[in-house]
Structures are given as structure tokens and as C-alpha cells.
Design a protein around this ligand. Structure first.
Ligand code: GCU
Length: 332
């Protein structure tokens, strides 16, 4: 059989089984997917991941990063992660709470009162381990976290107090807890994928959205929404998740390298985030966005009664909720 033909058959088998080998050296291709642009801290973190893996095991693995949701929205890519045809993904905890209710803990509004407590919490390897308790069943495993800052409301009209949210429609990330949160605020929730938000804002399908400052600049939402109110209702990390099929088949020494690469990516992403966020705020001001410092205590008081209701509906998150509360108390 000619070499070319053999290679063709190998690639066809690889495509069918979800494993792929890149041509000449028969390296394993590792695909990483995310929905951000190339200057976003998540992308910078994944570049560090790629460099780490290839510096240690470049003879065996070629790491390819697919930004901008080019492999699909996170909800769709998760299916490929489960099959093993995509190996890594950064995904907001809100998007995976429908697969495993433990991740809903980060959607509990005002779980943390300080960003410091949240950062300490998500960078603790024991926390990541606890979140991953059902990984085998879920088909994906958390290996680390990227910060995504704090989530705040932004809109075409200024939101100065909870009263300004009444009766308005806000896009939220997919995940049942977000719908309850918006109801508790007296507004309505329109869940949709990240990539659809810009046109929904532009066409007036929604009055506003909620996110960190980079949504204004990177996703250009600041072209439509000129008011961003710092209420800080949520801090949801983007978890670095790996495909369980892929990870469970790795030799122990290779798995260690991928785990170290995730730790390196996390470190690099946090540093990039803190640098980028101040720049993004300036950039958004240039776009004409006004930042409003609201009384976050008023927003918090409005939704605090929801905590007990959410815990009652979802006892799976009680343990991790208690741990988060303890971190919050210790990091005022
Ligand atoms: C942030 C977060 C993403 C998430 C997005 C969203 O950008 O980093 O993971 O998908 O918000 O609101 O959908």
C-alpha cells in the first residue's frame, strides 16, 4: 500500500474514533476550544498551556487552539469534549450547571462579597478537585480556573438602583439559576449563547445584559450599551475542562504534564486579566460607556433570600457553598 493511502486510512480512522494524528510525525493533535478573541486573557492562558505541553512533550502532541467559538458555542463543544474529539475547553460554570448541579454554586448571586475571596477560592486545587467529584460520569474534568472578573448589569438606559431593573429583559448565560436570580431582581431573563448577544442588543430583543468589562470591548457590546453598573452580582470562573475520555487514557507521566500545563495557564491568565481589565475600562470609556458605582448592598439585599431557596432546591451544592462562604468570611 502506498504511504499516502495508508495515511489517508489512518486519518479516516482517527476522525471516526475522535482521535487524530497530524501528518508526518504521527503526533496526537490536542484541540482546545474557547469563545473569546485572541487578545483575551483566556486565549493568552491557553497559549501558555500549549507552550508548556509542547516544550515537554512536543514529540508526541501538537496543541491547536480554536478561539472565537470557531468550533461552536460552548454548549455544543461540550458534547465533543464528552466524545473526546475536542480535548480541552474553557467554559463558564453557568454553562455546565445543567450537566452537574454542583457548578451552580457560582451562579448563586453574591456568593462572594470580595473578588479576593473568590480568587483564593477558585485557585485552590482542593476546590477544583471537589468540583470534579462526578467527572467520570460527566465526561469532563475541571483542571483549573480562569478568572472572568465580576458580572455586572449593562444596558441602553442607566441602572442606578434595583428599581431600574424592573420589567426589563436581560440576557443571561444558559443555566437555571440565572433565571431565578433575574426574577428575584424583578426583571426577566433571556438565556442565549454569548455569540448571539450583540445582535440581540442591537435589534432590541433584550434591554441589556450582564457580564465583565471585556464584553463591552471584545464583543463590542459597548457600541450599543452606554451604561455599565458595578453591582457585582456574580463571580463565575471559566473552568479549564478536559475530556475525561482523553485524560483517562493518558499515561501517568503525560497526564502530569497536562495538569501542570493547566496550572501554568491559570497563573498566566490571572496576570493577563488584571492587566487587561484596566485597559478595557479605558477603552470602553472611549466608546462612550459610562461606569456607574451603584449601592451593591441594595442589590445584594434584594436577592439574598434566594440563597436558602436555591440550596433547598439543589442540596448537591451545600458542601461547596459552605466552603465558599468560609473563604468569603476569611478574606474580607
Ligand atoms: C464571559 C465568560 C465566558 C462566558 C461569557 C458569557 O465572557 O468569560 O465564559 O461564556 O461571559 O456571558 O456567555
Amino acid at each position: 500500500m502506498r504511504i499516502n493511502k495508508m495515511l489517508g486510512i489512518a486519518l479516516a480512522i482517527a476522525a471516526a474514533t475522535g482521535f487524530s494524528v497530524s501528518s508526518a510525525e504521527a503526533k496526537t493533535t490536542v484541540r482546545i476550544s474557547h469563545t473569546q478573541i485572541e487578545t483575551h486573557p483566556d486565549h493568552i492562558g491557553f497559549v501558555a498551556f500549549k507552550n508548556y505541553v509542547e516544550s515537554k512533550l512536543g514529540d508526541k502532541y501538537e496543541v491547536q487552539i480554536f478561539p472565537n467559538g470557531s468550533l461552536g458555542a460552548n454548549e455544543k463543544v461540550l458534547e465533543q469534549i464528552k466524545l473526546g474529539s475536542v480535548q480541552f475547553l474553557s467554559v463558564s460554570t453557568a454553562n455546565i450547571e445543567s450537566f452537574d448541579k454542583i457548578y451552580a454554586v457560582f451562579s448563586v448571586p453574591f456568593l462572594f462579597t470580595s473578588e479576593k475571596a473568590y480568587e483564593e477560592f477558585v485557585t485552590d486545587p482542593k476546590v477544583i478537585q471537589e468540583l470534579g467529584v462526578n467527572s467520570k460520569k460527566n465526561g469532563f474534568r475541571p483542571l483549573g480556573a480562569f478568572t472572568a472578573g465580576t458580572r455586572n448589569f449593562y444596558s441602553k438606559e442607566p441602572i442606578k438602583s434595583v428599581a431600574d431593573l424592573q420589567g426589563k429583559k436581560f440576557r443571561v448565560q444558559a443555566g437555571p439559576t440565572n433565571v431565578k436570580m433575574m426574577e428575584a431582581f424583578g426583571a426577566s431573563a433571556t438565556p442565549m449563547s454569548f455569540g448571539e448577544v450583540y445582535s440581540a442588543l442591537q435589534q432590541g430583543v433584550i434591554d441589556g445584559a450582564e457580564n465583565n468589562e471585556l464584553a463591552l470591548t471584545d464583543q463590542k457590546h459597548g457600541e450599543v450599551c452606554k451604561y455599565f453598573s458595578y453591582d457585582g452580582h456574580q463571580m463565575c470562573p471559566d473552568l479549564i475542562v478536559g475530556s475525561e475520555v482523553f485524560l483517562s487514557k493518558l499515561p501517568a507521566e503525560d497526564l502530569k504534564v497536562f495538569e501542570e500545563a493547566a496550572a501554568e495557564a491559570q497563573k498566566v491568565e490571572f496576570a493577563a486579566w488584571h492587566k487587561r481589565i484596566d485597559e478595557a475600562k479605558e477603552q470602553a470609556k472611549q466608546m462612550g460607556v459610562t461606569f456607574i458605582d451603584v449601592d451593591a448592598g441594595e442589590f445584594r439585599a434584594k436577592v439574598l433570600p434566594l440563597h436558602q431557596e436555591l440550596l433547598k432546591d439543589n442540596p448537591a451544592m451545600q458542601g461547596i457553598y459552605d466552603k465558599a462562604s468560609a473563604f468569603d468570611a476569611a478574606n474580607k
